[in-house]
Design a protein around this ligand. Structure first.
Ligand SMILES: [Zn+2]
Length: 442
């Protein structure tokens, strides 16, 4: 069968088309006709490897009865290598009132026509780019037609089956990454725990046709843990992002925390100043050094300088430098005194100054950037900022995209799994849950 298909393919390539085709023209033509050849190869391999199972006449039911096969059912299988129709024996137990195709389970067939090889890749693609584009690109790159609707539905199902315990890397893998960061040094590497919020566009349930409420920006809360390796190399440990309240993030951080060998790292907690972030991090890492993210802090100082002295002025620049220098030296008292003595030049400036003072006063003991640097501790959470962008913004914030909370979280779980290196486990869990032959009532 396979040889015949190959002969046909070669004949087709020779017969069709223009007189002197370019390499690309030949390649594009092969892209279409190879599906037939490869599907035939796949079918031949299945028939050889499963010759006994395909003609099986007897099957023992879970209840212990020996069943006889009385029919063969076709199942259409769509794979990365084209479509085939598989005829496999069907067994029905009158006592149990259930029927099954034993070979489906053995081959781990998906209930849907598109099999798991397609589902795995389409999910990874759908996790990167919008579903409409995914459909187009998937077809272009694989030659297989999978609709946007199918890609979306599969991704949601994989995301729903993804459990926090599996999205986060296991303890032995985390241990390996710590060893990697240590790189033979006797000094324990710094483990940065960073926490931040990002705005995710969500919408209430309801179809497009039905009237539904307006969309809302909700906070997707995220935690990211990473190691500072030699030469300031960042080694990712784990990320978890979720649209929900802080207790959800706290649960996630608790599980990650239980997999960290405390005696092998120096802990640094970094956040932007929102009180929920410190609360959550302190709960699971009470021994961590608290550090106010320098970049967030600098942004606040800049905003105040602009309001008071005007954007881009020399005065604004000098004042910003002075404040940041004092904070770097951990002189919070002097900084706050200075703010109190300032004479606001406008009501807007007065408001900014007041806000900055409140913000800084709540962050005492989280400055001292100079000293942190000497001790090899970070002064900023560039890591969580980039994780927020990488995991949350690039996929959730697309123009016109408003997410149901459940679907948004399914997407975040998959993106975290891909980023954490745990997607293969997560997809295997989904496959295991979806391969069990559904009871057949025919
Ligand atoms: Zn039975």
């Amino acid at each position: 069968m396979a040889h015949d298909a190959l002969d046909k393919l070669l004949d087709d390539l020779e017969a069709e088309g223009e007189h002197a085709p370019t390499l690309r023209a030949l390649s594009e033509r092969l892209m279409i006709s190879r599906q037939h050849l490869l599907a035939t190869c796949l079918e031949t391999a299945l028939k050889q490897r499963y010759a006994a199972e395909l003609t099986q006449k007897a099957w023992t039911c879970a209840c212990g009865r020996t069943l006889r096969s009385w029919r063969s059912d076709p199942k259409e299988l769509s794979t990365l290598h084209g479509r085939i129709i598989l005829y496999r024996p069907y067994f029905y137990c009158r006592s149990c009132g259930t029927g099954c195709h034993p070979l489906d389970e053995q081959l781990q067939l998906a209930a849907a026509t598109h099999q798991f090889d397609i589902q795995e890749r389409s999910t990874r693609l759908g996790a990167e780019i919008p579903f409409g584009l995914s459909e187009e690109q998937f077809q272009r790159l694989t030659g297989v037609q999978a609709s946007a609707h199918f890609i979306h539905g599969t991704l949601n199902a994989v995301g729903e089956a993804a459990r926090l315990e599996r999205v986060v890397p296991p303890a032995d893998e985390i241990g390996r990454r710590i060893e990697d960061a240590r790189a033979g040094s006797h000094r324990r590497p710094v483990l940065v725990v960073a926490c931040d919020g990002a705005h995710a566009p969500t919408r209430p349930a309801g179809g497009r046709k039905k009237k539904r409420g307006p969309g809302a920006w909700r906070e997707a809360k995220g935690v990211r843990l990473y190691l500072l390796g030699r030469d300031h190399r960042i080694i990712h440990v784990a990320s978890w992002h979720e649209i929900g309240d802080k207790e959800h993030v706290s649960t996630a951080l608790g599980i990650i925390a239980s997999r960290i060998p405390r005696d092998q790292v120096r802990l640094a907690l970094v956040a932007d100043g929102a009180e929920w972030t410190w609360d959550v991090m302190r709960r699971h890492f009470p021994d961590g050094e608290e550090i106010l993210d320098y970049y967030h802090c600098a942004e606040h100082v800049h905003a105040t300088a602009h309001a008071q002295f005007g954007e881009g002025t020399l005065e604004a620049h000098e004042w910003t430098e002075a404040v940041l220098t004092r904070l770097a030296l951990n002189e919070l008292g002097r900084t706050l005194g200075g703010l109190k003595r300032m004479r606001p030049r406008s009501p807007a400036a007065a408001e900014e100054i007041r806000t900055l003072a409140v913000y800084l006063a709540g962050q005492s003991e989280r400055f001292g950037y100079d000293e942190l640097r000497r001790r090899g501790l970070p002064r900023g959470s560039g890591g969580i900022e980039s994780a927020n962008k990488l995991i949350c913004h690039v996929r959730l914030k697309r123009s016109g995209a408003w997410w149901l909370e459940g679907n948004g979280n399914a997407m975040l779980r998959i993106r975290c799994a891909i980023y954490n290196g745990t997607f293969p486990q997560v997809f295997a869990d989904y496959t295991a849950a979806k391969t069990v032959t559904p009871p057949d009532n025919k």
